[in-house]
Design a protein around this ligand. Structure first.
Ligand code: UTP
Length: 304
């Protein structure tokens, strides 16, 4: 199947950012999880830059209560820029400008209640309209030569249909992800027969897990609008994707690069270390700091 060219281009990306971030409480009581800093910029900016690198032209945020900071982060800040200009801090000025959203490119919709990822995506249906679109979960981040979404857009240009980012996980970890039931494994891409959300590891159809990047056809909204709840009592995106199998090809895409999970405390610490080590400005110093700490020092251990 497929290998046709001229699939409709992916111009829009949806960023669901209305979740409660309960695994990070109390840090996320007021601060949105997506504003947590990874190295020198918040998670949402990493997500935005990845989408921009992939050629995305319109950025759609699905936000909720207490999430206004996310849109403000992309504003032009004239006072700040003036101060940096007057102090001749050109490097910092350039960094600040990287976080500015071009006029007319940011679109906002709200999810009134955090009913699940599928529901969050449905909330963007008017803004997406009748064209294929990308979904980026900002708490999944990647270190890669070419961004994960840019790789997926290339795969989409070849295959069309729906595409999900995938990677192998351990058997125990299958319980944390949407897992692929493989129809045909072609190496870089996998033809998908079914998806199972957070299966019991004994029942997992494979170890190939879905990571937080998707390219989807707009017909998904017809299925999401049924508001059916799935695993964990949430309206799941994977359930709606499964309903499209048969009418749209569904491929899992094995990206090149390393994915990090910023949705958990431990994952967040690991991700910051990995990004610090990979940063040419501070990588060597981070390595030295790690060496110092690896020896262990429980003199000032935090109480449990
Ligand atoms: P998570 O599954 O990590 O949920 O969502 P969460 O609420 O952010 O965090 P925990 O599990 O309570 O710790 C993945 C992405 O989907 C968004 C989140 O904001 C996050 O970016 N999301 C999730 C929504 O926008 N709405 C929802 O109803 C659920």
């Amino acid at each position: 199947m497929s290998n046709q060219t001229n699939h409709r281009p992916v111009r829009k990306a949806v960023f669901p950012v209305a979740g409660l971030g309960t695994r990070f409480l109390p840090a996320t009581k007021v601060l949105p999880k997506e504003m947590l800093p990874l190295n020198d910029r918040p998670l949402i900016q990493h997500a935005f830059e990845e989408a921009r690198e992939a050629g995305i032209e319109e950025f759609i945020f699905v936000t909720g209560r207490q999430k206004e900071m996310l849109e403000e982060h992309f504003d032009f800040q004239p006072e700040l820029e003036q101060v940096l200009e007057s102090r001749n801090k050109q490097d910092m000025l350039a960094k600040v400008r990287e976080s500015e959203m071009p006029a007319g490119k940011l679109f906002l919709t709200r999810q009134p209640k955090a009913l699940g990822l599928g529901h969050a995506i449905w909330c963007a249906h008017k803004l997406v309209g009748n064209e294929p679109f990308a979904v980026i979960l900002p708490d999944d981040v990647f270190l890669a030569k070419k961004s994960c979404l840019a790789q997926m857009v290339e795969a989409y240009n070849e295959w069309g249909g729906n595409i999900v980012a995938t990677t192998e996980v351990t058997k125990e970890d299958t319980a944390r992800y949407g897992i692929i039931d493989i129809e045909e494994d072609n190496g870089r891409t996998v033809k998908v027969k079914n998806l199972v959300e957070k299966p019991d590891p004994e029942q997992a159809p494979s170890r190939l897990a879905i990571m937080g990047r998707y390219i989807l056809q707009p017909e998904i909204f017809n299925h999401l609008s049924a508001f059916e709840t799935g695993a964990g009592g949430e309206i799941q995106l994977t359930d709606a994707i499964v309903k499209m199998i048969g009418s749209e090809p569904l491929h899992g895409f094995r990206y090149e690069g390393q994915r990090y999970d910023c949705g958990t405390r431990l994952g967040f610490i690991e991700t910051n270390l990995a990004f610090g080590l990979a940063d040419p400005e501070i990588g060597d110093q981070v390595r030295e700091i790690l060496k110092k700490h690896i020896k262990g020092n429980d003199e000032y251990a935090l109480s449990a």
